[in-house]
Structure formats: C-alpha cells, structure tokens
Design a protein around this ligand. Sequence first.
Ligand code: GAP
Length: 507
Amino acid sequence: MSTADSPTDLMERIVALCKRRGFIFPSSEIYGGFNGFFDYGPLGAELKKNIRDCWWNDMVRRRDDIVGLESSIIMHPKVWEASGHVAGFTDPLVDCKVSKQRYRADQLFFAAVVVDGKTVGYVSALESERTAEELQAAAENFKRKKGIQGALLSVQPKDMTEAKPEEIALIPSPATGEPGSLTPPRSFNMMFQTNVGAMTDGSSVAYLRPETAQGMFVDFKNVVDTGRVKLPFGIAQIGKSFRNEITPRNFIFRSREFEQMEMEYFIHEDADWAKCHQEWIAWCQAWLLSIGLPESHLSLYAHPKEKLAFYSKGTVDIMFKYPFGVQELWGIAARGNYDLTQHATASGKPMEYFDEATKKKFVPHVIEPAVGVDRILLAALCAAYAEEDVKDEKGNVEKRTVLRFSPRLAPVKVAVLPLMKNKPEIVDVAEKLYRKLKRKWNVFYDESGAIGRRYRRQDEIGTPWCVTIDFETIEKDGTFTLRERDTMQQRRITETELFQLLEERVY
Ligand code: GAP
C-alpha cells in the first residue's frame, strides 16, 4: 500500500476526498465557512448514522443492563452550576494583543535559547508532532540571525501554562514572530451561553450542553423509578454537545459542535470499581475493533493520579494514531459518586438507590465511557484511506484510492451495476435486485461508464461489494458477479447467497 507522503499531505488528501465525494463540507461554506463547524454530506450522514447505530445496538439494545435516554440540550442553568461546569469548565487562554490571535496556553510551546549557559532569547511554536524540532530549528535561526557565537544548548520545550511572569514578555507571538504581545494565560469558560425567553438579562442565561453526561445524572431518579433497572445498570445517550473551543483544529477532531455517545454505568458503592473500569476499557477496545479500527492504531493512556479531578478514581483514554499524532479517542472515567451527590445537594432531591437485598440506601458510583462520534468517524476515515497501484483490464498500472471501511460502517453496502444500460433484460433484473436490497440496506445503482470506472468510484467511497448483472445472469443461471473491494476478486453469487453475506457482515 502506498499512502501520501507526509502526515499533512495525507490529511489534506483525506479532507479533499471528503469534500469531493460528499462526506464532509465546511459549515456555511458559501459565506466563507465557520471555524469549528462542519456539515456532513450524503455519504458522511450515512457513515455517521452507521456509527451511532452500531454503538446503540451494541451498547443498549443487545444488552440487558443498559437503557437509553434522550435529554434536552438546554437544561436548567443550575445543572451546570452543580456539575462544576460554570466555575471550572475552562481552558487556559493566551491572547496576542497585536494580531488578535488567541491560543490555548497548553498548546503554545516556548523554549529559552541558551548559548554557553546564558539565556539570550526565546522562541515559540504551536503544538504539533514536531514541536521540539521546530523549536530547536527556531533557536538555531535566532542565534544565527543575532550573530551570537558559542554552543547552543538543546531546547527544553514548555507550554505557556509553565511560563514564569518575567518570561511572558520575552516570548515571541507565533503570529508576529515578535515578543511583547502575548498576555499571561487566563481561564476561558468553554460553554456557549444563550438566553431563554423574551428577556436577555442575567436571569435568562442558559447554556448549550458541553457534554451529554449530565442528562443521565439529572434523570437518574426518573429512570430508576420507571425503568425497572437494578444495579449494576447503565444509562446511555447519543447527542450533540457544544464547546467554544479556543483552537478548533485537525478537521473534525476538535470542533465546536460535535456529537457524543456517553454511558453512565452505575454500580454499588462497595463494588469493585477498578474491575468494572477495566471491563469497560476492554469492552470499548473490542467495540472499536468490531467497527474495523486496526489494533495497531490503538493504545491506552492512564491519566496520572496527580492530574485527576479530586473526585476521580481513575481515567484511561483509548488513544488513536491519527495522521497528525496519537490523540484521545475515548475516555473511560471512574467518577465515584460525585455527580449524583452534587445534584442531590444542589436540588435538595435525594439521588439514592434502595438496595432490596440489604435494605440500605446509598448513592451509586459510576463508570463513564465517553466518546465523540466525529472522532470515531475521523479515525475510521484515516484508518480506511489507502492509495495503491493496481492494473486495469488492459494491464496498465493506475492509481486507486480506496476507503477500506468495515461493512458495518460503509455508507453504501452494495453497488448494483448493470453491465450495459441499453439492454432492457439486464436493466430489469438490476433494478429489481436494487429495489429488493434497498429495503434493508443503503445501496447504490450505477449504470454509467465502463465497469472498471464504476468499481473505482465505489472503491473511493468504501463500498465493500459491487454486484454486476451481466449476460450470464440473464442467459444462464441468474447468478451475479460479486466483486470485493479489498481483494478486487470476482466470483459468481446467487441472490440468496448475496443476502446471506450482507446479513452476516452488516450487523
Ligand atoms: N462526560 C465526559 C466528557 O465529556 P470529554 O473527555 O471532555 O469527557 C468525551 O469528552 C469525548 O468527547 C472525547 O473523548 C472526544 O471523543 C469527544 N470530544 C470532546 N471534545 C470534543 C471536541 N471539541 N470535538 C470533537 N469531539 C470531542
């Protein structure tokens, strides 16, 4: 397999393919786009729906211990006070007073330029896979430009949250290259505010939810009282969340409007939370493999104890190797009974569970696997994308771009291709098959162009199978040619076998 040359190149090609084939568009593109917002086109909407459906089926419908929920996006503002978001859902922000650019302080790196043991200046760079190299190159450049003689020490990168007050004025802004314009980091609350009702004063302030999780905590009692659930059990939700990210970036990886799939798994206060945590980490890893993400791209990151919130017992992130670096895909947190206790205190309504066996009441603890649909979609796109040299029917080498989506995720499951569009007998069979398949799956009908070209078009959008209706179909035994995307091999298949194949592989 040959892919693009550099990670940036590769991302650019994936973004271009998404635009070209109708997966993802910049939001409000005719008005110049809107930073941090995206639209999903026809194929992207299908792909996203398949991710949601796989998760919902596996997480909720196929289990006996998890129920679903759909809570409102705008909740009572007291929810966000109790959860700690109003006071603490912040990122450190640095402004450049000259360029008016804003940076997340923990993503803006700097280093002292040290020559012969003496600090002679500072350099800065934005976080990337190559931050250390960029800072080193900038330090060498700085020394050369200033004509400073002596031995340059290897740079020691730090982020702006670690900058001492006296250093801030000396660190150059990445926008201007000059020092003196960066402000000290300050806390920036990432919740989007709105007003509910006709008044627009402080009394009507509300927030677009920054996570779906609080819906599960706030409705905990309602579900327990109505859902016939017994501990341990989970409440799951899929829905939009909104964060006013300072620096949305890496395409849909970090955006301002995104979709989360979260599940709160409530356990007994005395349960072995560490075991349950491990089980959910394993479940999430297995689920990612089931939708076709390669094991080689997945790893685990355990948050260091000293960086955890005071109530958290442990958080492990499943990381994914994106072209722009290894980044968080799925967080699995053991949150104790913090959230339910907070809401009980703030609302004055008990959030306890009555244990029939012991006749005791207690506030359950929770394990929370929380993942972004858009991040899974981007991981699936990046893992699936390949460019290869293949031979056409005449033996000439040509490039094929292919998305090797798992059949579970592929936006189009089968393409139905009549070999010739001017042979009514062929077209008739093809149309009938297309209509029959379409009742259950998203299927595409394509009769235009040479068959090889049609295969390529399907490869590029990740369709796992093409079915060609040809002369053998109508003149011999009614079988079709099944062409597989990954091997490009062809074989004859009956209609019954085709339906069986789809039932088995698309679940
Ligand atoms: N309730 C816990 C919670 O929301 P989080 O780590 O802030 O935890 C969970 O978010 C997941 O949501 C992340 O692992 C990521 O997949 C996704 N996510 C978070 N912020 C995002 C953003 N700005 N854009 C896209 N996905 C995001």
